[in-house]
Ligand binder design. Structure first.
Ligand code: NAP
Length: 329
């Protein structure tokens, strides 16, 4: 099969498409997917740079999500059959013509979304759903602050929180991205280049602060995130773009009776991923079917242009998601 290989670690130019061996046949509880499209996520850039090695047993090929048709099913898989249109949460291997995945990480293509666009959903939706809703328990009467509102993660979080009745604030790096966030349902958006987000949140919440903050900046934003948090607020850290070691005022954390949570989806056990996927199919797929939530796809590039896809994401020229087309949908 054709797949993206890494000729070492480094910039986008280490990526190339080559012929490689097919993955082995699916074992019990697994299925094989003929990949139609693969979503690009920022963790793929970290893996390419050598900072995010795949967990033991995961495919070495990049790609945390894909869509396609079921090509073969292993023993005991009864929820899917050969030919079904699906998308899947992967521990790796999406940038290829075929991938094998535990059946619990596979979702039916949601109604109203093309098979190619469905590749943009599993990683971001599962990350946002498991963190903002399953873990931090955002409620409809609460305010969510989303950092990087125009990212793949951000565009998903804004739409989901809005669809479930919460108020959403966001930070972005440009006026164009601010506009998109408002269109998706954010009440107010701050440009982090020109405005301090702590002041912004205080102003927008009458001084109360945000009940939940979805953070992708880590250390660089830790003190200010705590300041921007409401009493009994929950800070959920999913990205460390601003570093991993920060200083924390535990007194302020106590005073606010607040909580800091941090997770990484890829290394979680298969059973935990299956529980997240099941919850997403139950709660999020109907919102997509009804048109309340949609994948925001910036561009679809052929697999051969994988290096360009990484360059665009690294430069933050995109809004929402970038998708690689592997074969015709
Ligand atoms: N823990 C997990 O399981 C998990 C899973 C998936 C992704 N992630 C993490 O989630 C983050 C987003 O991933 P993605 O695939 O959605 O990436 P992406 O689309 O490339 O988004 C990156 C975002 O970072 C924003 N950003 C950069 N500097 C910022 C700052 N100072 N303040 C606020 N925002 C800033 C950019 O905003 P502008 O372009 O507007 O500047 C951009 O929207 C990454 O850190 C990734 O590692 C974590």
């Amino acid at each position: 099969m054709r797949a993206v290989v890494m000729r070492g670690t480094g910039g986008p130019d280490v990526l190339a498409v080559e012929e490689v061996a097919d993955p082995p046949a699916p074992r019990a509880g697994e299925l094989a997917i003929d990949v139609v499209a693969a979503g690009v996520n920022r963790p793929d850039l970290l893996q390419r740079q050598g900072h995010y090695p795949p967990p033991a047993g995961a495919p070495l090929t990049l790609g945390l999500e894909c869509s396609g048709r079921v090509a073969a099913v292993g023993e005991g898989v009864d929820r899917f059959a050969v030919g079904d249109e699906v998308c899947a949460l992967l521990a790796g291997g999406g940038y290829a013509e075929r991938v094998v995945v535990p059946a619990g990480q596979v979702l039916p293509r949601p109604d109203g979304v093309s098979l190619t666009e469905a590749a943009a959903l599993p990683e971001t939706v599962c990350t946002v759903w498991s963190n903002v809703f399953m873990l931090a328990g955002l409620r409809p009467d609460e305010t969510l602050l989303v950092h990087g509102g125009a990212s793949g993660i951000g565009t998903t979080a804004i739409q989901l929180a809005k669809a479930l009745g919460a108020r959403v604030l966001a930070t972005v790096g440009s006026a164009e991205k601010a506009e998109l966030c408002r269109e998706l349902g954010a009440t107010a958006v701050a440009n982090y280049h020109t405005e301090d987000f702590v002041e912004f949140v205080r102003r927008e919440t009458d001084g109360h602060g945000a009940n939940v903050i979805l953070d992708i900046m880590g250390a660089a934003y830790l003190p200010r995130n705590l300041e921007a948090l409401a009493t009994e607020g929950r800070l959920v850290v999913v990205g460390l773009q601003g570093g991993r070691k920060g200083e924390l005022d535990l007194g302020l954390l106590q005073a606010k009776r607040a909580a800091i949570l941090a997770t990484r989806l890829r290394p979680r056990p298969v059973a935990e991923k299956a529980a997240i996927v099941a919850s997403v199919v139950e709660h999020v797929w109907p919102l997509i079917k009804d048109g309340h939530v949609r994948p925001v796809v910036d561009r679809i590039l052929p697999l051969d242009q994988v290096a360009e896809a990484h360059r665009v994401m690294e430069a933050s020229e995109h809004i929402g998601k970038i998708v690689l087309a592997v074969r015709p949908g």
